[in-house]
Design a protein around this ligand. Structure first.
Ligand SMILES: [Zn+2]
Length: 335
């Protein structure tokens, strides 16, 4: 199964750029910016980087964020992610970037764009196509929404495909962001908010109703509402499921207990993703393998997960077709 999963051409739909920084990338940044106080010794850094609990995760996340000072640092981050994806035979990824957090750290929009663009070109040379989702850090409110939207629409960088909403869900209602999502949609961006990761099904309903979500980031709590589960299945609205992330942040007890089984049984379009892979000790191949073994999936079931990601992506149709053909070929070879 491991080699089968590797051979499948894969698509990643839910990965945060800052959360994708591997220990190697963080070490490079820490040595470049010793003033950040992040360990510059490998063994010490690996200890700092080992997931302990959610508060420690946030501490590491913001430490990485604080070392992104200019285009060079962002380029390093993007290329590090691309290398990880290439090693796992991931061909295409929609990567969530939170420009407003970089602005708060004093990084200009021009620096962010330059780092993304040069990193994206370097990724293409590794055989990985990157697309961007610019997302609102919801906890920072409407000012963050306004700036994220303005940046997305004014700059419209190559590869920008979608508009998102992240950050804590509790106390951050989805509906308040409706006008920003309407404007993004009007401008041709796809809408992919997080919902139902740490709050109940009503947040998912709100993301669908108020933000016209085309995919749902996480959507874990949809299984608590049979009507919602049926609606997602009927409308073919994909979920970006991130199993290990959900276990690490204690939304679910284990991969075996993850509601992904009930989602699949209800006919929902499930895609498997990593969220913040090195922070959670996850990789896309590892997520496929974990779900396959927890649910005792067949090769065809696993291939279906890979197909779902292709179909749920915002790739142009000819690219989808060729990836789907490749998945069929890989599946045929094991039969
Ligand atoms: Zn996320």
């Amino acid at each position: 199964m491991r080699s089968f999963i590797h051979a499948l051409p894969k698509v990643e739909l839910h990965v945060h750029l800052v959360g994708s920084a591997s220990a190697d990338t963080v070490l490079e940044l820490a040595r470049r910016h010793p003033e950040a106080g992040v360990p510059t010794d490998r063994a010490e850094l690996e200890r700092f980087y080992t997931f302990r609990d959610f508060d420690h995760f946030l501490k590491v996340y913001w430490a990485v964020q604080s070392m992104l000072k200019d285009r060079h640092d962002i380029h390093t981050l993007v290329v590090g992610l691309a290398g990880e994806l290439a090693r796992q035979n991931v061909r295409y990824a929609e990567v969530t970037v939170t420009p407003y957090n970089h602005f708060l750290d004093g990084v200009s929009g021009d620096e962010v764009l330059a780092g993304l663009e040069s990193g994206r070109a370097a990724a293409a040379a590794l055989g990985v196509e990157l697309a961007w989702c610019f997302d609102i850090p919801g906890e920072k409110g409407l000012v963050a929404a306004r700036e994220t939207l303005a940046f997305a629409l004014n700059e419209r960088p190559e590869g920008l495909v979608s508009f998102g909403l992240g950050g804590p869900e509790t106390g951050v209602g989805r509906a308040q962001f409706a006008p920003f999502f309407a404007a993004a949609r009007e401008a041709g961006l796809h809408c992919v908010p997080h919902a139902g990761e740490t709050t109940g099904p009503e947040t998912i309903w709100s993301a669908l109703r108020d933000l016209k979500a085309e995919r749902i980031g996480h959507g874990t709590s949809c299984v608590d509402d049979p009507a919602l589960l049926a609606h997602l299945a009927l409308k073919g609205i994909p979920l970006e499921v991130c199993p290990t992330s959900n276990v690490r942040t204690r939304q679910v007890a284990s991969i075996e207990a993850h509601p992904v089984r009930r989602m699949l049984e209800a006919g929902v379009v499930v895609t498997v993703n990593t969220d913040d892979p090195p922070f959670f000790g996850a990789s896309l191949e590892g997520e496929y393998l974990a779900v396959a073994s927890a649910l005792d999936l067949s090769h065809a079931d696993v291939a279906r997960l890979a197909e779902n990601a292709v179909l749920a992506s915002f790739l142009p149709n000819p690219r989808k077709t060729s990836l789907l053909e490749e998945i069929s070929t890989v599946l045929a070879a094991v039969r």
